[in-house]
Design a protein around this ligand. Structure first.
Ligand code: PEP
Ligand code: MG
Length: 587
């Protein structure tokens, strides 16, 4: 148990910036929701069945209300998550089974808990990550139903305003906690996959990953100050908590957690990103709708829309129409600006398929390989993107391209979709640009061939660094080895830029290192047409680019090609360092 006499600080890896103050909540759903609901009820069978009907009605109403009146920022996620719950509620396997068991004489609570455990248990027994995540969905809906069986169901989610401490978490759960109003999240010894890490950025609340087992001992109700900017969790003694809350009201601190979401840092109108000879666009990397909203006033467009997120949130494939609505919303929001929709990067640890338990998933069926191996899914996605891009400056981008053949196959599929839509007279974008991400060593070496077959290239620094240096981007223990400014990486990026320039097509840079203040002059000097960065970084990146002199950037880009060691590179890049420039760590 935590002593309330002394405050102390724990450190971790920040996955999402912002600061929040709130009371601790150990997130153990069973303890919080199941236990009190299992009290025996002394009621007639008829009353019990009526109570169950009422709980179903309340649940249905809540889900519908969540979908129609939920937060605009999470509209896409809410629709994907709760639409599935609504369907499950009336499914024979779930709702039907609960009613049957209650009809046979179990209390409504027992009928629900038995169904949750049987169903979630049999799903989770399949043993894959995805199925385990689906089991969480069953539990989530079950708990909602249980809460609604109470005479006086809680009106607010019990996580609202709390700093939630979790031992394991799925991406969709992370979203649900943010939607339910959690002030901040602390992940205890959680394996932080690429998607968990990427998604954390989009939540608008601070998220900290820590390996401190002692977090488990923090009692519920302990006052905590979570600082996602510095990676610190302050466990506060009562006296300090009182001081803090009297000097800075909860709401004021809580709203810190929205920095970068509600405040477009550096609007397009106020700061021009002009260098001496031209402009480098500052585009937004978008995971969910919340990012698009955060960037709409400040970004020159979208440089990377990670289209796999809707699949991951739904935990399965999506039909063309569902995808169309999601993409159209984002495309319309950025009307008049370029929008790059990346086809789904599924695989690696961005898991979707139950069957895809591969011994070496990072070298398995991932990205464009997955799409080419699942043609109906690929076609649905391309058609949805083409339809959503009607009248827009649409770019379709292929992830994890390893050879030019994949580009040729993808282009053939795109052409088939274009012909099909034209024959059907379905409105669509007739001239989409097709681009490839260069993030695998073979694609970097083969960039000339790929550039000859595409309309643009985008250098994906997160994966390029991982695959070139053989350093897992998700392994916090390897941060020291994950060097975005390694001479080999720098030379490779320069060579990719040459391939694009020689082919007469533009290139951009994305991934965490795209916003690195030390690398920005290098990208500018190479002639990058754009960088794509997280919404909260747009203002800083725009200001940094505006401060650069193009000739110095070109000199730097020439010089760093000849640098041989990390130490020399450090010195070379530092010559153009802004004050307080930082390094990019593992991603
Ligand atoms: C990258 O690899 O740099 C990238 C932007 O893609 P993701 O992070 O989605 O793999
Ligand atoms: Mg990538």
């Amino acid at each position: 148990m935590t002593s309330r006499n002394d405050s102390y600080t724990l450190y971790g890896t920040s996955l999402s910036r912002g600061r929040a103050y709130g009371l601790a909540l150990q997130f153990d759903e069973d303890a919080h929701v199941l236990e009190p609901k299992l009290l025996p009820h002394d009621e007639s069978r008829e009353d019990a069945l009526n109570r169950l009907d009422t709980a179903f009605d309340r649940t249905r109403k809540q889900l519908n209300e969540l979908m129609s009146h939920g937060s605009e920022r999470f509209e896409d996620v809410i629709e994907l998550v709760f639409r599935a719950h609504l369907l499950m509620l009336d499914d024979e396997m779930f709702g039907g089974r609960i009613r049957k068991l209650a009809g046979e004489g179990l209390t409504p609570e027992r009928a629900v808990t038995d169904t949750i455990e049987d169903l979630a248990g049999s799903i989770a027994d399949a043993g894959h990550t995805l199925t385990a995540e689906k089991a969480e969905d069953v539990r989530d809906l079950g708990y909602r139903l249980l809460s609604n069986l109470a005479a006086d169901p809680p009106t607010r989610a019990f996580v609202a305003g709390k700093i939630v401490l979790l031992e394991h978490v799925f991406p969709s759960e992370l979203l649900r906690l943010a939607i339910d109003g959690a002030a901040g999240l602390v992940l205890m010894e959680v394996a932080v996959t690429a998607h968990l890490s990427i998604l954390s950025h989009s939540l608008g609340v601070p998220v900290l990953a820590t390996s401190w087992g002692s977090v488990r001992n923090i009692s519920d109700g302990t006052p905590l100050l979570l600082d996602g900017n510095t990676g610190r969790l302050e466990v506060l003694a009562d006296a300090d908590a009182v001081n803090l809350s009297s000097s800075k009201p909860d709401e004021e601190i809580a709203t810190d957690s929205l920095h970068g979401i509600d405040q477009p840092a550096g609007s397009r109108e106020t700061v021009e990103s002009l260098t001496a000879e031209g402009s480098v666009k500052v585009l937004a990397s978008v995971n969910i709708l919340a990012d698009a909203l955060a960037a709409v006033d400040s970004a020159d467009g979208i440089g990377l829309y990670r289209s796999e997120f809707p699949f991951i949130i739904r935990k399965g494939l999506l039909d063309e129409q569902t995808q169309y609505h999601i993409y159209r919303h984002i495309v319309t929001m950025f009307s008049g600006r370029e929008v790059t929709l990346r086809t789904a990067d599924i695989g690696g640890d961005k898991i979707l398929e139950d069957e895809s338990a591969e011994a070496n998933p990072f070298l398995g069926v991932r990205g464009i390989r997955f799409s080419l191996a699942n043609r109906p899914m690929f076609r649905d996605q391309l058609r949805a993107m083409l339809r959503a891009g009607d009248g827009a400056d649409l770019r379709i981008m292929l992830p994890m391209v390893s050879t030019v053949e994949e580009v040729l196959e993808a282009r053939a599929e795109l052409d088939r979709c274009l012909a099909e839509l034209a024959a059907e007279q379905t409105p669509h974008n007739t001239e989409p640009k097709l681009g490839a991400m260069i993030e695998i060593p073979s694609a970097a070496v083969g960039a000339d061939e790929i550039a000859a077959e595409t309309d643009f290239l985008s250098i994906g620094m997160n994966d390029l660094v991982m695959y070139m240096l053989a350093v897992d981007r998700t392994n916090a223990r390897l941060t020291e080895h994950y060097r975005t400014y390694h001479p080999v990486i720098v030379r490779t990026v320069a060579a990719i830029a040459d391939s694009a320039t020689n082919a007469g097509i533009p290139f951009s840079v994305c991934g965490e290192a795209a916003a690195d203040p030390l690398l920005l002059p290098f990208y500018v000097g190479l002639g990058a047409g754009a960088v794509s960065v997280a919404p909260e970084q747009i203002g800083d990146v725009r200001r940094r680019i505006a401060s650069l002199d193009i000739d110095s950037c070109r000199d730097l880009a020439d010089h760093v090609r000849t640098v041989r060691t990390v130490q020399e590179m450090d010195i070379a890049l530092s010559t153009m360092a802004p004050r307080e420039a930082g390094r990019t760590g593992a991603k």
